[in-house]
Design a protein around this ligand. Structure first.
Ligand code: NDP
Length: 244
């Protein structure tokens, strides 16, 4: 299936590493002009070497005002990928207010913040658009030490559905992808310790974790015209984990 983003502009958050970085590269290779937003300047600099046409925004998404200011002048965006997140893992009894605030600020509030600015411009241009929010299997399944992370991703699924409801009449589609473990920097935090990966792998019918490109392909599909009637979906990329 040929997917082209010729003539489109895309904004990807959390573009410095992992799934966001590969999404930027794939979108650019499919013809999109991409704006990459992330937190660490060095990651954006090295990405610009790989994708010379890239525009970059360096901001901490946990800061609502700084983020709004940074993306206010981003220009017309046709495709938005809200990918950035943090996974601050701790057992339920150890959860701190600081980690709750940080997690919800980055994983949920920033999605609303960035999407408000981008959707306003999409509505004004009357050309519609597509938004993909990167959620997780953790939105729908309990994972030990993931209370706050699961809470943010559960919230993100529902935020996305209401966005789909309210933005749909403007021909703006909003969907989630919900991957299982991917061995990025974040994936390694939760699953690389001895004894962690095996029990999770046993619960995945396909018997393996997801590859970055498998998540990226689903994001591009949902952004594309091939998904023109898909709105408000949460798409597991989990080898069947959530089906069991
Ligand atoms: P990584 O940790 O590899 O990358 C996360 C990216 O988000 C980094 O580029 C980082 O910026 C950026 N980021 C984090 N916090 C901020 C912030 N406050 N402001 C701006 N940018 C920020 O994660 P993944 O690629 O693995 O995860 C991407 C998405 O996929 C997340 O939403 C995650 O929840 C989801 N997911 C991941 C899974 C996994 O196992 N890896 C499983 C299921 C879902 P920088 O590099 O510039 O510091």
């Amino acid at each position: 299936m040929e997917i082209s983003f010729e003539g489109k502009r895309a904004l990807v958050t959390g573009a410095g590493q992992g799934i966001g970085r590969e999404t930027v590269k794939k979108l650019a290779s499919c013809g999109a002009k991409v704006v990459a937003l992330s937190r660490t300047p060095e990651h954006l600099q090295s990405l610009t070497v790989e994708v010379p046409s890239l525009e970059t925004i360096c901001v901490d998404l946990a800061d609502w005002d700084a983020t709004r200011k940074a993306i206010q002048c981003v220009g017309p965006i046709d495709c938005l990928v809200n990918n950035a997140a943090v996974a601050l893992l701790e057992s339920f009894m150890e959860i701190t207010p600081a980690n709750i605030d940080r997690s919800f600020n980055v994983n949920v509030k920033s999605v609303i913040n960035v999407s408000q600015v981008v959707a306003k411009s999409m509505i004004d241009r009357k050309l519609g658009g597509a938004i993909v929010n990167v959620s997780s299997q953790a939105s729908q399944a309990a994972l030990a030490d993931h209370t706050v992370y699961c809470g943010t991703k559960g919230a993100l699924d529902m935020v996305s559905k209401v966005m789909a409801l309210e933005l749909g009449p403007y021909q703006i589609r909003v969907n989630c992808v919900n991957p299982t473990v991917v061995m990025t920097a974040m994936g390694k935090i939760g699953w690389s310790k001895p004894g962690k990966a095996e029990p999770m792998l046993k619960k995945i019918p396909l018997g393996r974790f997801a590859e970055v490109h498998e998540v990226v392909d689903a994001i591009l599909f949902l952004l594309s015209d091939k998904a023109a009637m898909i709105n408000g979906a949460t798409l597991p990329i989990d080898g069947g984990f959530l089906a069991c």
